[in-house]
Design a protein around this ligand. Structure first.
Ligand SMILES: [Zn+2]
Length: 97
């Protein structure tokens, strides 16, 4: 079992070099997606102390193109408020300035 600090450092290392969704992170780390969200939130807070920050590309509806701009939460939305579609691009994350 990895220590939380190790997991968060791995998340930071991944997202410093590529853009990934929570699902991709969960696969890369071998952790359930719901645990990834908690670590992401914590990693984002610890980044606030430095120069870099967590950059979130918001979720987007594949059916109508609606962008969930105002959604600052890290978890994925379940349904499009415009067309009610459920085929959504998950939000992706990277670390940069
Ligand atoms: Zn839609």
């Amino acid at each position: 079992m990895m220590k939380d600090q190790t997991i968060r450092q791995q998340i930071i290392d991944f997202l410093s070099t590529q853009e990934m969704s929570a699902k991709q992170l969960s696969q890369a780390l071998g952790l359930p997606e719901k645990e990834v969200h908690g670590h992401l939130a914590h990693a984002a807070r610890s980044l606030n102390a430095g120069n870099n920050r967590l950059i979130i590309r918001p979720a987007e509806c594949r059916q109508c193109g609606y962008v969930f701009e105002n959604r600052k939460r890290l978890t994925k939305p379940g349904r499009c408020p415009r067309c009610r579609g459920t085929h959504l691009h998950q939000p992706t994350f990277r670390i940069g300035r």
